[in-house]
Design a protein. Structure first.
Length: 238
């Protein structure tokens, strides 16, 4: 008897073997979200449930679909015994940044203490949460901070960013403005990386400020307190 080839994948789920109809799962995902691309389908620890990665303009999204492509749900998949969000862990994995590929020469470099640890921050001069973050970064030492000026909050932030970049001491000018609201007295007409930085942020899908990126590629969007930053820096250094 001849076997008919089918779009079916053999998946191992919780120690058992289960057949997942890859084509049916992908078709179901496209029915749910026709405007996005299905980038992967893989088994979850839950028998008969597959993780589907959808790639949209705002970055990767997860949806869970059964083997036959007849049921789906969106939300967090939680390992109750271990107290872990498998969804959060997977999104973190999918959104990691290759730190060494970042054009750090287009960022303001601030060295604190021995500067051994590294941190990137996408920040907006007119973003109140960015200013709040700067007050937390004052408490962190032994780190080199690369600040990408990313003026997306208000139109005036672009001109202020150019003036800060054109200052003789950019790191000091950034600190003076964010902590004391003192802007450098220049026209901001020197060569600057604003367009390149905006393009970089869009490529990395940095949709809000501040956004922190650690040396291990992990992102932390929004305001982060100093103790949490320290913990993430230690984690990235391991």
């Amino acid at each position: 008897m001849r076997l008919k080839w089918m779009s079916v994948a053999l998946l191992a789920v919780s120690g058992q073997m289960a057949w997942a109809d890859d084509a049916a799962v992908r078709a179901a995902a496209k029915n749910l979200a026709p405007d996005v691309r299905v980038t992967s389908v893989r088994a979850t620890p839950v028998a008969g449930v597959n993780e589907v990665v959808l790639e949209g303009e705002q970055g990767p999204m997860l949806v869970y679909i059964n083997d036959k492509g007849t049921y789906a749900f969106a939300g967090e998949l939680i390992d109750i015994n271990k107290g872990r969000s498998l969804t959060d862990e997977r999104i973190e994995e999918l959104t990691r940044v290759k730190f060494d590929s970042l054009p750090l020469d287009k960022a303001i470099k601030t060295v604190k203490g021995n500067g051994k640890r590294r941190l990137v921050v996408f920040s907006d001069a007119d973003c109140p949460y960015c200013r709040k973050l700067e007050n937390e970064l004052v408490k962190v030492t032994d780190v080199t901070i690369y600040t990408f000026l990313y003026p997306i909050a208000h139109p005036a932030a672009n001109q202020k960013s150019k003036q800060i970049w054109c200052a003789p001491d950019r790191a000091q000018a950034w600190s003076d403005y964010m902590l004391q609201k003192t802007l450098p007295a220049n026209s901001g007409d020197c060569p600057n990386p604003m367009e390149a930085t905006l393009a970089l942020g869009q490529k990395l899908r940095v949709s809000g400020t501040p956004t922190l990126i650690f040396a291990n590629g992990k992102r932390a969007p929004g305001y982060v307190p100093a103790d949490r930053i320290e913990k993430l820096l230690q984690e990235a250094a391991r």
